[in-house]
Write a protein of this length. Structure first.
Length: 306
């Protein structure tokens, strides 16, 4: 596959060393190493700290190397939850180091995890670690809010009058070049400008609209009346693709493939505030893009070619 600037942002996150720094990602090749971490690390998984379930997790940092995170202190302060972990490093099943690390998990008023900051640092911690390590910390942060009935500062309800959840919505226009540049350079701004949901963790959102796809992640766009436009991203293979879907509750209406990167060409898109969908194509990242089609979402939700 031709390597170009349109590769998905997650593939560019920085790898870091194993020794007392941010751990590397878990891969299939090292899962056996993780399983060799003594099981006594998980014996207190169901204990509670200030009402929060004490949930430990382990991340691989290479062959024979693993790092376990066990929360020792959990405290909510307004829309943040401070967690101090007891961290143990393992080399070939033996503990080589142990120390404490503290993190601040920040949430919006709806209880959605916004960012994680390591105490003593300013940048978003998630932007410094590999995707699988990100998932471990994200899962932990998301599970914190399900383990205890938390009321966030502004007390916004999770359900609206239609009994539908209030989700994080991307702002329009959704321009692929802008999306890539922002999310590659600034993970905090990315989550604010282009919030996304992972699959299968959030598959219930798609199921609500009778969408049976299995994307890597997806983006919710502003509604058109009762029509919900959704961008599904498929980024876990050599051929990356994006699909625009329109749906109502319990009803999928229309779909359109809007982007594809297969190593031979690049197709991407721009969706304007008026829901004009413009598709572009180029041979590679250095080749000028050419417009290849225009579409629009009709009043009934159908995606029609102009």
């Amino acid at each position: 596959m031709i390597i170009n600037k349109y590769l998905v942002v997650s593939m560019f996150l920085f790898a870091v060393s194993c020794k007392k720094e941010t751990p590397k990602t878990i891969t299939d090749n090292v899962k056996s190493d993780i399983l060799r971490v003594p099981q006594k690390e998980n014996t207190s998984s169901f204990d509670k700290i200030n009402g929060f379930v004490k949930e430990s997790f382990v991340i691989s940092c290479g062959s024979g190397c693993a790092i376990s995170y066990s929360p020792e202190s959990i405290k909510q302060i307004n829309n943040t939850i401070d967690v101090t972990f007891n961290v143990k490093m393992y080399e070939d099943e033996k503990i080589t180091d142990t120390y404490d690390e503290a993190y601040i998990f920040s949430y919006n008023d709806l209880g959605k995890l916004d960012k994680i900051i390591k105490k003593g640092e300013n940048e978003d911690f998630l932007g410094t670690i590999m995707p699988d390590a990100q998932r471990s910390f994200l899962d932990f942060g998301n599970n914190l809010t399900t383990n205890k009935g938390i009321i966030f500062s502004k007390g916004k309800k999770q359900n609206n009058s239609s009994d539908e959840k209030e989700y994080s919505i991307c702002k329009l226009p959704f321009n692929f070049d802008d999306f890539y540049n922002i999310c590659y350079d600034n993970s905090e701004k990315c989550s604010e400008r282009y919030p996304s949901y992972t699959f299968p963790k959030n598959k219930d959102i798609l199921a609500n609209y009778s969408i049976d796809r299995s994307p890597t992640n997806f983006f919710l766009l502003p509604k058109l009346n009762n029509i919900q436009p959704i961008i599904c991203a498929y980024t876990d293979s050599d051929i990356e693709g994006y699909e625009l879907i329109t749906a109502e509750k319990d009803k999928l209406i229309s779909s359109l493939k809007i982007a594809k990167m297969d190593g031979e060409s690049i197709q991407d898109f721009n969706i304007t505030k008026e829901y004009l969908i413009i598709l572009y194509k180029a041979k590679n990242a250095d080749d000028p893009k050419k417009e290849i089609g225009r579409y629009k979402i009709s009043d009934n939700g159908s995606i029609i070619k102009l």
